[in-house]
Design a protein around this ligand. Sequence first.
Ligand code: B12
Ligand code: SF4
Length: 682
Amino acid sequence: MHISLVTTLSYAHHFGCEQRSNIVREYPFPLGLLTLAGVVKSLGHTVDLVDLNLEATECGMGARGLYQILAGRVLSSSPDVIGFTTMCDSYHHTLRIAEELKKMTNVPIVLGGPQATAVDIATLNGFPAIDFIVRGEGEVAFPELLLALDSGTSFEDVRSATFRENGVCTRAMDAPLLLNLDDQPLPDFSYYAFLDRQVHFLPIEAGRGCPFKCDFCSTALFFNRTYRLKGAARLEAEMASLESLFGGGRTFRFVHDMLTVNRNLVGRMCEGLATLSPKRVWSSSARIDCVRPPMLQTMVNAGCNEIYFGIETGSASLQKRIKKNLRLDAVQLRVAEAVELGMTVTCSFMAGFPDETVDDLNESLGLIIALIKTHRSRIAVQMHLLAPYVGTELYERYKDELQFDGYSSDQTGQPVSDADVDMIKRHPELFSNFYYVEGRAMARSQIVGVDTFVYLVLGRFPLTISALQSSGHTPFQIFRLWQAAALSENEPSAISAINTNIDVVVDAIRRMLNRVSNPTRAVARQLFLYECAFVDLAGAHPSQGTAETPTPVRACISLNIDIERAWEAVCDDKLPEVLPLGEYRRYCLVFDRVTGSGRCIQVSAFASSIIRFLDRGMSFGEALPEIARITGLGDSSARSAAIGLIDVLYGNDIVTDEEVRWTNLTAESLRTSSIEEERYGV
Ligand code: B12
Ligand code: SF4
């Protein structure tokens, strides 16, 4: 049979793939469909893979009649069967494209994947366009369904199928879970061969299943809580196959619900991977209570350089209530161990649990700030609003209380049109992830924007926030101050993580600082100015500079912050003691006063000491020994080098006429002045 396998429609929003030729470094490959393509092709079927996101970006996401156009594309290869994969964020698109298809053809339409599995009966009841749903893993069930369709036999024996029989929705018995993933055909990535070397991160399914029972999580149930892990030989075969398509030297994302559950299996897998030549680099997710230092070390030896920890909440009591049950005293320890081993760590948090209190959220925000302060650029934090997924224990408990306000979690993540909203409101049982549950102890209005606050305020302005915190504000109070400032000029949706624009965030911080009155406001303001400069430096973080590596620097005539010392002071809660900040001199910040736009310029430590000199923090004579030390040059060569650099800085408008006049210097006068006699201090 010829099968059209169709992706979800959502990446364009998430990943900004503008054109087929301009694909991002990390493409969200539809791993489930590529896996199924491998399986059914090995059985003699042919497969056309339709990536709706590529198709939609070609004709424009907002194109008139988009669903019709996409349906036409699905039919273009004249399939005998159409199979959609599904996710909660994009289920409305899937259903509407299926409806368009049904107007054009009688070809059977099959849905599979996480969302259709969770809402199989409700979907068949509400949408006649859908003929079949395959629940859970597709490797056994989908070929059985194809066989039944081809031979015209009954669907009763198609395991894991949900179908209509005499107008009644019926579930066939479940297919057994695959216990051995190693012997399955390789996923067929050839459909994306056109990406060639553009993608750097490549996904590999390392295994399936998680035995834990967190009450908000839908994945554990999907794989029936049965943990499986592929062996090193299989993983190597998958990596080699991907490298043959996309080139060597890639980083692999090991996809697994919870890779580190079984210490022995992980140990064996890592031992195998450690012997590979060349050794491959990979990332994975884990629970902090399922990785002790020996396992972390083994993983690092095997090539793991990045780890993702789902922490969810910084409140010990909420940990228990959501059944995550992590011991929070282990968080800092485990993250420190991973960082120490050279890993990059991501810690993910959630907010918006129905019984979450202000204290709970305060503890989460406090833990996030503490993690950022301790680990700086080695750690990334995420904050997701709870999305009540169908199929979770939490959903079952609150499904009668779902409310919709158009402000969705980034776990749902995409803008919806009026027609979508209509559909979502008619079917809360299908689209629960777009809804929320009003908190018992905290109103929805109290947490709007907390996701943006963590990503863009704590993530980009940690010094500013820490300065406010050290003056006595709790993290929750700071969030509320920022939220009030952000909401005073914007609709709630404008500060959602999805739609947000960094300018909205920055303006709100500025307004918030104007409203705060406390002794450290001046400090917070200075730090804010400093951190603003980095907003333009994609990926750069103020804490990244060291004596060895260039520190991002910005031109601001009198703002010279020794950022290392400021960090230390903030982290030790000693900021007020080491005021005023203006006295700290180490790495200078260069701020483009001409455009006033906060243009960022990276300069070396050497250049920064020159600029510091020009900022009249010290005399040329005082600066020179340090310049000589940094450059390793003797005094006289260092002096020539410094003068040359000032010429360059001056010539490139990094320092301005005014500054040069202010220090009573010109490049010319520098050349002629005597070092000992020059003193341009305050
Ligand atoms: C890797 C991953 C991603 C990647 C890649 C996504 C992708 N399109 O493949 C990225 C980071 C981009 C991502 C993004 C998102 N993800 Co995600 N993601 C995962 C993860 C960890 C693994 C998915 C995977 O590749 N599994 C391996 C493959 C082989 O399994 P599979 O896709 O389930 O496919 C099997 C079956 O489902 C079935 N099947 C699948 N499709 C079809 C189709 C047919 C016709 C048939 C018959 C069978 C079938 O057969 C396959 C083989 O057995 C899962 C968690 C998990 N363990 O499942 C979450 C998960 C799928 N993601 C989820 C969500 C919510 C999202 C986001 C909305 C938000 C977010 N969390 O970031 C976005 C949406 C993006 C999108 N629409 O694609 C939820 C989905 C819940 C739901 N009810 O829909 C999950 C389950 C995690 C969770 N939080 O509970 N995700
Ligand atoms: S949140 Fe993580 S640990 Fe908890 S059940 Fe889901 S996959 Fe397992």
